[in-house]
Design a protein around this ligand. Structure first.
Ligand SMILES: [Zn+2]
Length: 384
């Protein structure tokens, strides 16, 4: 028997199809990436790439490592560009983007450069620690990596996001004041409310509380600002503030730290295993980078369901905070419905899809929780 949709929500065939294709695109992308790494190692092409990188890098280790990464990222981009383009066409097919082809291509290029720069910093640090401290490199690498992670979380809103999107201070003074008051209630000091020009790229709506410390800010997509009532925007932000109140960012950093520790331990074990089996002459031979990447991909795949379950738990907490901090749940419900419509979200994905892929509870579950909360509130406050 088919599962009864919660809250009477039925997905349109378009929403089902769109999400199905997107899921398969994601899977195909992972498979291509995984296969690429395996082939590099199995055929020893990684060694050939390393030798080429040494020639290009004037036999200098750090320069050669950079060249090797450039080759690796360049080839994998070429392998994946078809899928990326298909993803872009898909959005168009479902009338979701506003982005022109040229602008998309420019974003792809910028994304590649940003990936290359951040990747270079990470691999140079990684192999530096391996060369300096072959015994305990992985512990030091882990500490450095976590430092970088926190630094990036802080810098992202001011350095990373502006590469791809335009932001301007929110002009609507009434709304701005309302949102700042809501934030203060949640015990957070935001350093600004920004209008995020998402409409140039997509018709989807979004909002977020980003940054750490003095880069902490609220960003609201223009697609949200232009189509939602102030009450609805407040409901969306109340959810974001729920993450703040429950310290989800801090907790996520700890979770990330634990996983990364495990990851570096596994990487060290794998590298030693490979060197013992004479796959590589020494730990610092960067032709073993695909092996490190494989360890990280395998680990994140294994942990994905658990991390998504943890994330869904956090999302439910944030939703509950939103219910408590807004006057009634109606704007929450209507904003959810609008978001689902606008983003072509699947309201009732199948159970296993939700379990494996979704970082958020399904829309139908979130709406059911809101309605349930609304009912208990109505009972708690009988009309006089
Ligand atoms: Zn959330």
């Amino acid at each position: 028997m088919a599962e009864e949709p919660i809250s009477g929500q039925v997905d349109s065939p378009a929403a089902r199809r769109y999400n199905q294709i997107r899921r398969w695109l994601g899977i195909a992308d992972s498979v291509v990436g995984f296969a690429f790494l395996v082939v590099l190692l199995a055929t020893r092409w990684s060694d050939s790439l390393r030798d080429l990188a040494y020639r290009w890098g004037f036999q200098n280790y750090s320069l050669a490592l950079f060249m090797y990464l450039l080759l690796l990222l360049g080839i994998s981009k070429l392998l994946g560009i078809g899928l990326d383009y298909y993803g872009f066409r898909l959005e168009r097919g479902f009338k979701l983007p506003n982005q022109k082809f040229g602008s998309w291509l420019w974003d792809e290029f910028k994304g590649f450069l940003v990936g290359l720069i951040m990747g270079s910093v990470v691999v140079e640090l990684l192999y530096f620690t391996i060369r300096q401290w072959p015994q305990n490199w992985w512990i030091l690498a882990w500490v450095l990596f976590m430092g970088l992670f926190v630094l990036m979380a802080q810098l992202a809103p001011v350095v990373l996001f502006p590469i791809f999107y335009k932001f301007e201070p929110l002009e609507d003074e009434d709304l701005r004041r309302r949102l700042v008051i809501l934030s203060e209630h949640a015990g957070t000091r935001v350093r600004g409310v920004y209008r995020w020009k998402l409409s140039e790229k997509s018709k989807k709506a979004n909002a977020a509380l980003t940054g750490l410390g003095n880069t902490r800010r609220i960003i609201l997509a223009d697609t949200l600002l232009d189509n939602y009532t102030p009450d609805e925007i407040e409901a969306v932000l109340a959810h974001e503030l729920g993450h703040q109140v429950h310290r989800h960012i801090l907790k996520s950093i700890f979770v990330q730290a634990a996983i990364t520790f495990l990851g570096f331990w596994a990487a060290n074990w794998t590298l030693h295993y490979a060197v013992d089996r004479h796959m590589f002459e020494e730990l610092s031979d960067f032709a073993n980078l695909p092996l490190l990447a494989l360890v990280s991909v395998a680990l994140s795949l294994l942990l994905m369901p658990a991390l998504n379950a943890y994330s869904r738990f956090n999302e439910r907490q944030a939703d509950r905070y939103a219910f408590e901090s807004i006057a009634t749940v109606e704007p929450f419900v209507s904003s959810m419905n609008k978001l689902a419509e606008q983003n072509l979200a699947e309201r009732t994905p199948s159970k296993w899809v939700e379990w494996f892929f979704h970082s958020h509870p399904s829309i139908s579950r979130r709406l059911a929780a809101a309605e349930e909360w609304g009912r208990t509130q109505a009972q708690a406050r009988p009309e006089l």
